[in-house]
Design a protein around this ligand. Structure first.
Ligand code: ADP
Length: 474
């Protein structure tokens, strides 16, 4: 609620202003420059938008919608109290629901990045209240958004607080939502998502369930995504070209899929398309080539219909070596693979024009891949994901034991540091396996072999250091 303090109750005369002046229904122009926001006791809150220069002292200017909203008329005397916004408005997340002003308008798409910039330009330093409806114009069409949620993110970003109202500032992070029924398609939520990622300075990967790959993650991010996040005109002026493809290579089970998936989610807010190399293969040659073509179909379609406004399509190609073996390397000499590799190369080269695809290939066998696939303009950035070092192993063990620790199933004698030291050359997947195996030893202790139906004494399940040591012997 507003923070009305007796000391700053003021009396003001309501004056009028054209409806077009203020799009926000509970904002008002006001004259005294020292006051920023106002609540009118007994009526829906009204907030000061800008200090209107033409408004005389002691007046509050409301448009017709606002006067109705506040149930006042021009010439009325109203008392207004100061509303002191919470201090930490640094990063306010506003989740807003979009809809058309006119029902029946269809198939419009809204570029979240553009709209966010536009709204900030127009409404900076203005206050939005949850539930408030705001009209705005975007590319000649009128829309309304309703503020569903306002959240303040604390400086250390570990704490978020839902608030009743937030002030729009340069760091405000808009989350646009639109129901399917509205027919509005929201694209490019990227800028907002990444500004949040960038705020997470240290790339807190552990909270995302990834241990020990900080440097690799930052490298992938820098090479593949920064050019896509910068405003388009800056990228054009610099003449930068987006990276279209990258290859993550290294031993199995080191977190390549985990990371590619997470990056995809961070950028688009949804699961990226993951394709399994061997699954694309069909015993019918033509079928496999078609499968490869189909992978790119959505992206091509979007590019055709939406042009530059198309969202980024991330295609993750697991075990890419299965279909991109060096041409001529297949023993059967049928050249079957050659056709597939050529097909994929053609598609990737076509992506140059597309600009809306990022292909992430993954392999345990970089040496097997057709050289042509790795050339500039194709899978040009190569990032090695190696076995984790001791710090990485500790983080991975912490990730995979977090739940049992939080729920008091991990015995205090378990020394993860020591386990990390003893597990040289273990991959992330193998460490996960050790945790699973240790857990099974603990479960086993609770089971009565004579009577498997006997209820397990949950309280007594404790995974001990011994369980882990036994698991390591397996
Ligand atoms: P890759 O793609 O390199 O073969 P995955 O990403 O599929 O490996 O890893 C398999 C599983 O092993 C993951 O789902 C995860 O549970 C675990 N894992 C592997 N690497 C890590 C890591 N760095 N941090 C946390 N868990 C990991």
């Amino acid at each position: 609620m507003a923070d009305p303090t007796e000391s700053c109750v003021m009396t003001m005369t309501v004056t009028t202003t054209p409806a077009s002046d203020l799009a926000l229904t509970n904002l008002a122009y006001c004259s005294p420059s020292d006051l920023r926001c106002f609540a009118v006791p007994g009526t829906p809150d009204l907030f000061l938008a800008n200090v209107g220069e033409s408004i005389s002292d002691g007046s509050i200017a409301l448009n017709s919608i606002q006067r109705r909203h506040a149930r006042v008329s021009a010439g009325d005397i109203v008392s207004v109290t100061r509303f002191i916004p919470p201090e930490s408005f640094d990063l306010t997340v506003l989740t807003v629901d979009l809809e058309f002003v006119k029902k029946g308008t269809k198939n419009e798409q809204i570029d979240a990045t553009l709209l966010s910039t536009q709204l900030k330009k127009k409404f900076t330093n203005q206050v939005l209240t949850v539930g408030q409806r705001v009209t705005f114009e975007y590319h000649g069409t009128n829309y309304i958004f309703t503020v569903n949620r306002a959240v303040i993110v604390a400086d250390d970003e570990n704490q978020t607080n839902c608030i009743e109202r937030g002030m729009i500032c340069k760091d405000t992070y808009f989350v646009f939502e639109a129901s399917n029924a509205s027919g509005i398609k929201i694209i490019n939520q990227r800028e907002s998502v990444t500004s949040k990622i960038f705020k997470e300075k240290e790339f807190n990967l552990q909270s995302l369930g990834i241990g020990g790959l900080g440097a690799e993650f930052v490298a992938i991010f820098r090479r593949a995504f920064t050019s896509r996040i910068l405003p388009r005109d800056v990228v054009n002026r610099i003449g930068a070209k987006h990276v279209k493809g990258m290859l993550l290579f290294g031993p199995p089970g080191t977190g390549k899929t985990l990371m590619a998936r997470q990056i995809g989610k961070m950028l688009n807010g949804k699961e990226p398309k993951i394709v399994n190399g061997p699954e694309v293969l069909s015993k019918f040659v033509g079928e496999t080539e078609k499968n490869v073509r189909d992978l790119f179909a959505d992206a091509e379609n979007d590019q055709r219909t939406l042009g530059d406004a198309s969202e980024l399509h991330i295609i993750i190609f697991d075990e890419i070596d299965a279909i991109c073996k060096s041409r001529g390397s297949t023993r059967d000499g049928t050249g079957v693979h050659d056709g597939i590799v050529n097909q994929l190369l053609t598609k990737i080269d076509g992506v140059e024009a597309l600009n809306n695809v990022l292909l992430i290939g993954m392999t345990n066998r970089k040496d097997m891949l057709d050289e042509a696939l790795l050339r500039p303009g194709r899978l040009e950035v190569h990032i090695e994901i190696s076995l984790p070092d001791e710090v990485g192993r500790l983080q991975i063990l912490q990730i995979h034991t977090k739940k049992m620790k939080d729920n008091s199933f991990l015995s205090p004698d378990v020394n993860l540091q020591e386990l990390a030291a003893r597990t040289k050359n273990y991959s992330g997947a193998e460490l996960e396996g050790v945790v699973k195996s240790a857990t099974s030893y603990a479960f086993n202790r609770q089971l009565s072999m004579e009577d498997l139906t006997k209820p397990v004494d949950e309280e007594n399940i404790k995974i001990t250091m011994d369980d882990f040591l036994q698991a390591l012997l397996e």
